[in-house]
Design a protein around this ligand. Structure first.
Ligand code: ATP
Ligand code: PRP
Length: 206
């Protein structure tokens, strides 16, 4: 039975495929998968899912390994083995506010796709805030007066800049991670060890 790897669709997908190819694995079926969500290569089965669902498939042992952003691990705290960092998907988590606008002295309202990360960030500061959960385009919230600031991912900083926001504090630097199902690591040790080892030795691809 081939090991199963759950891969986060979207941004991390292409970066992973490039990385995997650089390790000399067969990637042709991944590149030509079309709309298929399950693909087999010479050595592995792959399933494609949203980040948080990748952790669910790994937690339940459907997938042995998963490729997911560390933002997802921090937000959802799944019961998986957080094996190792991968050399792509590098971003920061930051608190950002509108450029030139005063940070209000009253209780602040913060918009984010990451309510748990936001809560923990402000808890450590000893500050109580109201959190507004959004699903995307978070930068709109301060501009439209829904929130005083946002907690969101910053990569190039272009989205903040083009929407008149500035970083107030960066507090979490992260990358994509390889995660593993806890029992797969023991039961399928011989099958998984070579691929985990190759991930450890992998070069930075961009
Ligand atoms: N600029 C970026 N913005 C957001 N996530 C990024 C960025 N660069 C890398 N990542 C990583 O990619 C992962 C997947 O992000 P992506 O935007 O593709 O999916 P998503 O957040 O589920 O968005 P969508 O709902 O549009 O699919 C994130 O969890 C994060 O770890
Ligand atoms: O620093 P940058 O390189 O500009 O990247 C950061 C932006 O990318 C992500 O949004 P995404 O494109 O995933 O859209 P979303 O707003 O729908 O989450 C993230 O939430 C930021 O908005």
């Amino acid at each position: 039975m081939k090991p199963c790897i759950a891969l986060t669709k979207g941004r991390l997908e292409n970066q992973f495929i490039e990385f995997f190819q650089s390790l000399s694995y067969d990637v042709e079926p991944l590149i030509n998968k079309g709309r298929k969500l399950r693909v087999e290569t010479d050595e592995f089965q792959f399933v494609f899912a949203k980040g948080v669902d990748v952790t669910t498939y790994v937690e339940h042992g459907i997938a042995d390994l998963g490729i997911v952003g560390e933002d997802i691990l921090a937000e959802f705290q799944p019961d998986v083995y957080n094996l190792l960092p991968l050399p792509f998907g590098n971003c920061r988590m930051a608190l950002a506010t509108e450029k030139g606008k005063d940070w209000p002295a009253r209780k602040r309202r913060i918009a984010s796709k990451y309510p748990n990360i936001t809560k923990e960030f402000f808890r450590k500061k000893g500050e109580s805030v109201d959190i507004v959960k959004l699903e995307g385009s978070v930068e709109l919230a301060p501009i439209l007066g829904l929130a005083d600031g946002i907690v969101d991912i910053v990569e190039t900083g272009n989205t903040l800049k083009e929407n008149g926001l500035v970083v107030k504090e960066e507090f979490f630097e992260f990358s994509a991670r390889c995660i593993a199902n806890r029992s797969s690591l023991k039961i399928k040790r011989d099958l998984l060890a070579p691929v985990i080892k190759s991930f450890q030795k992998g070069e930075v691809v961009r």
